[in-house]
Design a protein around this ligand. Structure first.
Ligand code: ADP
Ligand code: MG
Length: 248
């Protein structure tokens, strides 16, 4: 048992989670009895080859998709006990999601994109909260810009500000630096790291980049729908060595 798991309870716990997609006969399950916890107030990186089930893992952990069997617990809540409206409420109030392609609405300004989750919930939008979220990601002076007027890195930082406005306990980021240049990618990883260190949130990030993965407290290596190893306190070199070992 690592120090990490001794000190931090899991914010999310998957127990023997199996997921199959119909129409893929002859293929094993996309998730094959996965048992894994994401420790609270820590960053976990998930790495693995394309098609190994990482996105499906995140979707099941976030209540965006339901496993065929096994349990997903968010704190004490078993997501299987939640109907669709309860799951929607959990996703809105407790979970943030950051995507590789940012998923900003092109007609809206940065300010409006960040405010959107509040508006969709029917909350009054506090301009100062939106400005604070943009300031947090270093974009206070870009509030009136639309996505097309921003760089990829800036767009991803707007997407992070949009998750912050919901005060999520858990932020899932699916290849958040996959479309970014190296410097922008580091900036995004530093912001995600800061959500853990400054706010005490739980962050789970899928990445192919050993340098990005080294921002995490722990790396989970995922192959063919199952866990093939973990690395605590990763460094880029140790992560790269592990990847080349199972790619060989
Ligand atoms: P990764 O994120 O590691 O690349 P995914 O979780 O996206 O992997 O996909 C794992 C496997 O499941 C792939 O073979 C993919 O084609 C399949 N898959 C993913 N989503 C669906 C879906 N909605 N319907 C059918 N097959 C899917
Ligand atoms: Mg994926």
């Amino acid at each position: 048992m690592s120090l990490l798991t001794d000190v931090h309870l899991p914010a999310v716990q998957l127990v023997s989670v199996t997921k199959r997609y119909p129409g893929a006969p002859g293929r094993g399950p996309v998730l094959d009895e996965v048992t894994l916890g994401f420790p609270e107030r820590a960053m976990t990186a998930v790495m693995g080859p394309s098609g190994s089930g990482k996105t499906t893992l995140l979707h099941c952990a976030a209540g965006l998709d339901r496993p065929d069997s096994g349990q997903v617990y968010l704190g004490d809540t078993d997501l299987a006990d939640c109907d669709e409206s309860a799951l929607t409420e959990i996703r809105r109030s407790r979970i943030g999601f950051v995507f590789q392609q940012f998923n900003l609405l092109p007609m809206l300004t940065a300010f409006e994109n960040v405010a959107l989750p509040l508006r969709l919930r029917g909350h009054r939008v506090s301009g100062s909260a939106v400005e604070e979220a943009l300031r947090r990601v270093g974009l206070a002076d870009r509030a009136g810009h639309r996505p097309a007027q921003l760089s990829g890195g800036q767009q991803q930082r707007v997407a992070i500000a949009r998750t912050l406005i919901g005060e999520p306990e858990i932020v899932y980021a699916d290849e958040p630096t996959g479309s970014l240049d190296r410097a922008s990618g580091r900036q995004v990883m530093r912001l995600l790291r800061d959500l853990v260190d400054a706010d005490g949130r739980t962050v789970v990030v899928v990445t192919h980049d050993p340098v990005a993965a080294a921002f995490a407290d722990r790396v989970v290596f995922f192959v063919d729908g199952g866990i093939r190893g973990m690395l605590e306190e990763p460094t880029p070199d140790r992560v790269a060595a592990r990847i080349s070992a199972w790619e060989a």
